[in-house]
Design a protein. Sequence first.
Length: 201
Amino acid sequence: MSKNTQAVKWYPRLFTGDMVRELLADRKTATRWPLRKQPAGFVQKIEEWTWGDAAGNTYRAPVCPGDIIWARETWAQEDVACPPVYRADGNDMLGNKWASEALFKIRWSPNIHMPRKFTRIFLRVTNVRLVHVQDISEEETWVEGVMPPPEILAEYPFWNGKYNFATLWDTLYEDRGLGWDVNPWVWAASFRRISKAEAEA
């Protein structure tokens, strides 16, 4: 039985505030993250959603089409009777002139500690590949959420998406020894944002 005929898997991923805003605007429809154990030598696909390397190791995709990635983001809940708030919302979250002061006082919890019950972003996986991070094309960087708004792009028509993606990648993974110049193997997943009701159906 192929994995995509089995029960839907829920998979958490950490997202920064900028990434969350891109997800909510539906400008980010793909994400990449490095394998914890990097393949040795050449890599080839050996069966559906599974790859093997020169040393005989196998790597099964952590998500497959149909699975759901749920977004973990920086959040807060001041009281159990109150709904959570999200730092990515910024001043829009409070909508008043005291927003900056109020945001400063909120006791934020890091995204890694967000429980699934508080997530508001559900992403249905449509494809997953095993590739080198530097294999990303200019067009693919756009759906990774590094494309600027149209008004900025009009002002800077020669915007370099790969350069900006590489810079973002290094802020996330360079200190782990998996920076852009290392060109690590990564899982590249594409998805579409869905409602909570659709995710739980």
